[in-house]
Design a protein around this ligand. Sequence first.
Ligand code: CLF
Ligand code: SF4
Length: 493
Amino acid sequence: MSAPITWLESLTNTTSSGQLLTAAKSGDCASSSCGSSSRPTDMDLATWEKVKDHPCFSEEAHHYFARMHVAVAPACNIQCNYCNRKYDCANESRPGVVSEKLTPDQALRKVIAVANEVPQLSVLGIAGPGDACYDWKKTRATFERVASEIPDIKLCISTNGLALPEHVDELAEMNISHVTITINMVDPAVGEKIYPWIFYGHRRYTGIAAAKILHEQQMLGLEMLSERGILTKVNSVMIPGVNDQHLIEVNKWVKERGAFLHNVMPLISEPAHGTWFGLAGQRGPNALELKAFQDRLEGGAKLMRHCRQCRADAVGLLGADRGQEFTLDQIPLELDYDGGKRHAYREVVARIRDDHSAAKKEAIATVASVNIPGSLQVAVATKGGGRINEHFGHAKEFQVYEASQTGIKFVGHRKVEPYCHGGWGEDATLGDIIAALEGIDFVLCARIGDCPKKQLLEAGIQATDAFGYDYIEAAISALYATKHGSDRSQLTA
Ligand code: CLF
Ligand code: SF4
């Protein structure tokens, strides 16, 4: 493993593409040959080319690349019991929530503004509120405008699937490479409990007839996408007591029809959201229930576990939303695209990724060599780049990894209110953070004070900044080996 060439976080904070270019040209290897070793061994080259800079379709890519959503297609052809498209709160983060709806021209302006400033940007998605395939003219106009200005951006849509089959050929022609279908059931009797109505073929359907049509269209759309080589992810909302056990069946059906990933997400439900489920008191699963269920699905369709249930106007790395920096009132009326930062950033990432990949391989070999079986749940504070580079008090989420002799894998995240407010820790917040970290053995962060460390320890969680700025997997493997060995000095640093 070579020494880290440069810190990604310092690069992404720079305002000049010149600094990025300097970093890209530093180092001792030709960047065109780099970035290749991070491809998973079980993935072919063609698929890797499609996912290697898509933060949702590759867990590895989400440490480096960002997506943005534009809310241009507000009309919807179904009603989901977990959705209220009128609800808008800038602090709320869940699908369907958005602060401003855009015309295709406004969306283009916003995409250019983000692309000029956020070097990690690689994907433009249309993900509600509304349905991208039903409100098709606006979806199409937006993608055409953006693709003509920024040809290397990946185009991605999320849809309920009802109007999908009629647009699959256009999606392929327009080079829309990634599609997500939300599939919550394959049995209309279950679907009836989730969808009160659909609008299809100029008429409204309710009850089991509605769910049956939706199911048939979803399966047809998925098969058509797979036939055309468009990568498909299936999102399923896990609703305890309604479809949770049924999602095992969903996982089988979508695997058989070529889904690349299955993303089981927790229902987000509160009365204040004004949704049918929220008002009815329907609860969502907690983090441990979600993980236990995802573990049961292992071996079926490949799971996505790093979804952050983004807002429909999200901007930035998953888990670090910058949407509020790019509202229309902050964007000049006229601006030209400048791809300098994005291109330079990619060159830097290609090299850093190889270094990270080598560190990961070494880490996996380390955990495999430990003889005593057992697993470790580790929560990591990170700002991206695959490193432990966030202070405990600043973390808005912790990424959770599970280490065992079979490897080190990302298994989820826990959202928290940051502990530190204006330089001081908040005891009340710390209580909430400890509750959110239920089941975690260790917390790894770049810095942590004695006081939160002590309180975490009292709750049975060991926290350390001894591995600050190391690669995540390297630190976890060292912890794992130490826990099962005799030297525990690193655990108390
Ligand atoms: Fe957006 Fe969805 Fe495309 Fe990603 S989000 S349209 S595939 S670019 Fe990603 Fe956000 Fe989860 Fe969606 S983290 S909610 S899975
Ligand atoms: Fe809401 Fe999306 Fe369901 Fe339409 S498909 S009701 S926008 S969650």
